[in-house]
Write a protein that binds this ligand. Structure first.
Ligand code: SAH
Length: 395
């Protein structure tokens, strides 16, 4: 028998608008006794079909919706078709010089909770919802058939799994174990990726197009790359003509990879620096010392995990941007990012406004960045937009 989730009257709008999440507060009644992971139909209070999804009582998102068509079943054929569609959307990337990118971007690809990234011959997957975890076998089988990778590695070691009642996992699912370092090519630049232990699935793929667009600003004497990770922005900067790049990160290990990556790209005999430090403290010290740069890149980690952190995080963004502005020579360029989904583009711009006022500098926005096109934003799910970048000329 079909299990029905009956919505409270007036709460069907977001479902009709194809938002893929149903929160517990919108549910009036459950007909039947669904187990977590079961497929359910979401209906209005007159029992008209609205959408079909997967139930999880342990999560605030009690139903994740996957189809709005009454005759579409959530079976192996369904997963295969959705994956095929996502892969087709990255056709241009398959034919490019870039060998690492996102193939499946969760909600934005109609696959709530599923991430699939390609790194050369390997796929790295994250099952971040019980819904996709429950159907993992069908998903893995379809990925193996459609893409024939050397191996599929799982990086479900993400805290958000706990909100779904799932344990953290990290390990090989299928095929050959990836090497400790997978060498990938991104716009003809080479990078070393640790898919087993690196951040996210190993690399910040969402910044690929922003790194490429930033090359416009990089033929200068000195670039400060703050929150450098493995130095991807620095390779683009050095290749585009930056004479010296100063890379800053709190982790010595990632900066070691950043150094090797420069060599891997033939960028040797240079005067670059690798500074292990807290960015906030170091930028303050540089300011006191009167150090100046032509370009400052700020790509901090996600400061806001939940709404309660928004105020503190906003202060953090303002502080680091004010310092970044102060370190620029007049006419220099600040390339500043926020990857916190809860910080809207509008709020981010306001934060930079506050920073400019406090820095006493005149600041023009000359370009606006978003996440790369392999991380699409679904119109009906605005939460799928998270990365914002502002390129500013600072006088
Ligand atoms: N720009 C990078 C990604 C940056 S990720 C790229 O394109 O690949 C954010 C980085 O900030 C991480 O490497 C993390 O180690 C570093 N980090 C986090 N907090 C920091 C702090 N307070 N000071 C300096 N680095 C920090």
């Amino acid at each position: 028998m079909t299990i029905q989730i009956i919505l409270k009257s007036g709460r069907e709008k977001s479902v009709k608008n194809r938002h893929p999440w149903v929160f517990s507060g919108a549910i009036q009644r459950v007909v039947g006794q669904p187990a977590n992971g079961d497929t359910v139909d979401v209906v209005d209070n007159r029992q008209n079909f609205l959408a079909r999804g997967i139930y999880n009582e342990q999560s605030q998102i009690q139903v994740r919706l996957f189809t709005w068509q009454p005759d579409e079943m959530i079976d192996p054929h369904f997963w295969r078709q959705r994956l095929q569609r996502a892969i087709a959307g990255r056709q241009a990337l398959w034919q490019s010089d870039t060998t690492a990118y996102r193939l499946v971007h969760s909600e934005a690809d109609g696959l709530s909770g599923l991430i699939v990234d390609r790194y050369g011959s390997w796929l790295v997957v994250q099952f971040l919802s019980l819904a996709v975890e429950r159907h993992r076998q069908a998903i893995i089988t379809a990925l193996a058939e459609l893409l024939e990778p050397h191996g599929i590695y799982e990086r479900s070691d993400v805290e958000t799994r706990k909100k779904e009642g799932l344990p953290l996992k990290n390990g090989l699912i299928m095929g050959e174990m990836p090497p400790d370092w997978i060498e990938i090519s991104e716009n003809k630049h080479l990078f070393l990726v640790d898919v087993k232990g690196g951040h996210k699935t190993g690399f910040y793929l969402d910044q690929r197009e922003n790194r490429q667009k930033s090359t416009l600003y990089f033929s200068v004497a000195e670039v400060l790359n703050v929150f450098a990770y493995t130095g991807a922005f620095a390779v683009y900067a050095a290749k585009a003509g930056a004479e010296r790049v100063v890379q800053v990160d709190s982790s010595a290990q990632v900066l070691e990879t950043a150094k090797q990556t420069m060599q891997l790209n033939g960028l040797v005999g240079r005067d670059d620096s690798y500074i292990v430090a807290d960015a906030f403290e170091l930028l303050r010290t540089y300011y006191r010392q009167g150090q100046q740069f032509e370009v400052v890149i700020l790509d901090p980690p996600k400061f806001v995990q939940h709404k309660g952190q928004l105020e503190k995080a906003t202060r953090g963004y303002k502080d680091i941007n004010m310092l970044g502005m102060k370190l620029l020579r007049p006419g220099g360029v600040l390339i500043s990012f926020s990857c916190s989904g809860l910080v809207s583009a509008d709020l981010f711009q306001k934060v930079l406004f506050g920073a400019a006022v406090d820095a006493g500098r005149e600041v023009q926005i000359i370009e606006q960045f978003s996440q790369s096109s392999d991380h699409p934003i679904l119109l009906t799910c605005p939460e799928s937009a998270y990365l914002k970048g502002l390129v500013c000329r600072v006088w």
